[in-house]
Design a protein around this ligand. Structure first.
Ligand code: IMP
Length: 429
């Protein structure tokens, strides 16, 4: 039962898309387990760049079946757009290679409108959400009033359900946020059309996964977002509303812990974050600008989903150690190592100073996390351009020393490092 879970070790955007693409090379099944179209994957295959928000990376491989698990919240319009994009680009997506959980929850325009209204009402305290309706959709789920994908299969009653749902959220939009109500009937008509198109893909993915486990198929659970955005483990409230960490894979796909054989943590060789919330190693100087890039290259630090410039900083070893602990990483993939070329000195935070005391743990309290000062260990940089290097021994000694330092801080082996956007720009150790 070889199940691998791929998890973001930071605040999302760790370059998981290309790691997922690599894992998809040998996977029978790629399954997403949490989040929705707040995620963004960029995968480069030859000269083609694929930007996807919902589809697992296996859609680009002929032999892989893709599952959207029940821990997800799905915007049917985005799902259909992504299906159309893939079909236009020559990929055949059918109910045989895409299975959508009947238990996954549905995102509606009401969720998106409330997401925007809530953010506006928070003013300076806004979370900086992606505006995709994620929080309100999970609110509906947790308060036991959500619409699930299996409702789409009962086409007769689905329109009525959607109408009632929109009318219910309209009360909140009007009475609490002073916003114009949405049109329940128009949305019901639109969603009934989506339901007709999606119904063939909606199925019992839990049984499917258990049949695959019994047949010893190789399954990769593809995480979205990152551990520090986890609703339970992240910097609450500046988090997303799902569980991107390892527990989310279990509950979001319906598998037990003993099925998991490998937990791969993906981390950039430095830090980035989008949205609000503490980021202890954030840089506001030229080094930070340089890590971000200008936006001219596809790999520069601008969001796949929102296009927002990402906040940048040195690698936070304290946060990374925390992510390794709470997920039980068996290995780490270090992405974008090539971006660090050309710095005279590279720093890694090895501990924090909090109110004059050295601490080695990641504080739960965001006010404390906001106050911490990183204690950095400086390492010598390298001037060589390492983009595209595939051989560990060909890396400059300083680059190898940097990777080894990361391993020592986190106590997890770095089994792979990426040195560029192409599939081949990888060092396997
Ligand atoms: P939401 O998930 O749209 O509610 O946004 C909550 C927080 O998570 C915000 O800070 C977002 O910027 C962040 N976030 C959500 N999804 C991603 C992602 O895929 N990458 C990076 N940040 C994300």
């Amino acid at each position: 039962m070889p199940v691998t879970v791929l998890i973001g070790a930071q605040w999302g955007d760790e370059g998981k898309g290309r790691v997922a693409d690599w894992l998809a090379g040998s996977a029978d099944i790629m399954a997403r387990y949490a989040g929705g179209d707040n995620a963004g994957h960029t995968i480069t295959v030859a000269d083609e760049i694929y930007k996807m928000h919902l589809m697992p990376a296996g859609v680009l491989r002929e032999h892989t079946v893709n599952v959207l698990g029940h821990g997800m919240v799905l915007n049917p319009e985005k799902l259909l757009e992504e299906l159309a994009m893939l079909r236009d680009r020559g990929f055949e997506i059918t109910p045989d290679n895409l299975l959508i959980s009947e238990r996954a929850h549905i995102i509606t325009p009401s969720h998106r409108a409330v997401d925007a209204a809530k953010e506006a009402a928070r003013g300076d305290d806004k979370i900086g959400t992606t505006g995709r309706g994620i929080g309100p959709a999970y609110t509906d789920k947790i308060q036991r009033s959500g619409l699930q994908m299996h409702h789409m299969k009962d086409i007769e009653s689905f329109g009525d359900r959607v109408e009632a749902h929109v009318a219910r959220w309209n009360k909140m939009l009007e009475n609490i946020y002073g916003q114009a109500p949405l049109d329940p009937q128009a949305i019901a008509v639109q969603y009934t059309d989506f339901a007709r198109q999606l119904a063939p893909f909606i199925t019992d993915t839990t049984s499917y996964i258990h049949e695959a486990l019994a047949a010893d198929k190789e399954i990769v659970c593809e995480g979205a977002q990152g551990t520090l955005l986890d609703i339970d483990l992240g910097n609450y409230p500046f988090v997303t509303s799902s569980s991107p960490s390892v527990a989310g894979a279990l509950s979001g796909l319906g598998i037990g812990p003993r099925a998991i054989t490998r937990v791969v943590g993906a981390t950039k060789a430095f830090s980035t974050r989008v949205g609000s919330g503490p980021m202890p190693t954030e840089l506001f100087d030229d080094d930070g600008e340089r890590l971000r890039g200008t936006g001219e290259n596809p790999w520069d630090e601008y969001g796949t989903t929102t296009g927002r410039a990402r906040r940048t900083g040195w690698l936070d070893g304290v946060a990374l150690r925390y992510a390794a602990q709470v997920n039980g990483f068996t290995e780490l993939v270090l992405t974008k190592l090539d971006v660090l070329s050309g710095f005279d000195t590279i720093k890694i935070a090895v501990a924090y100073e909090l109110d004059g005391q050295r601490i080695d743990h990641f504080p739960a309290n965001i006010e404390a996390l906001d106050r911490v000062q990183p204690i950095y260990e400086p390492l010598p940089g390298w001037s060589e351009d390492i983009m595209g290097v595939t051989d560990w021994d060909s890396l400059p000694a300083e680059t190898r020393a940097y990777v080894k330092k990361v391993e020592a801080i986190v106590d997890v082996p770095v089994t792979q490092a990426t040195t560029g956007p192409a599939r081949s720009h990888v060092i396997n150790r």
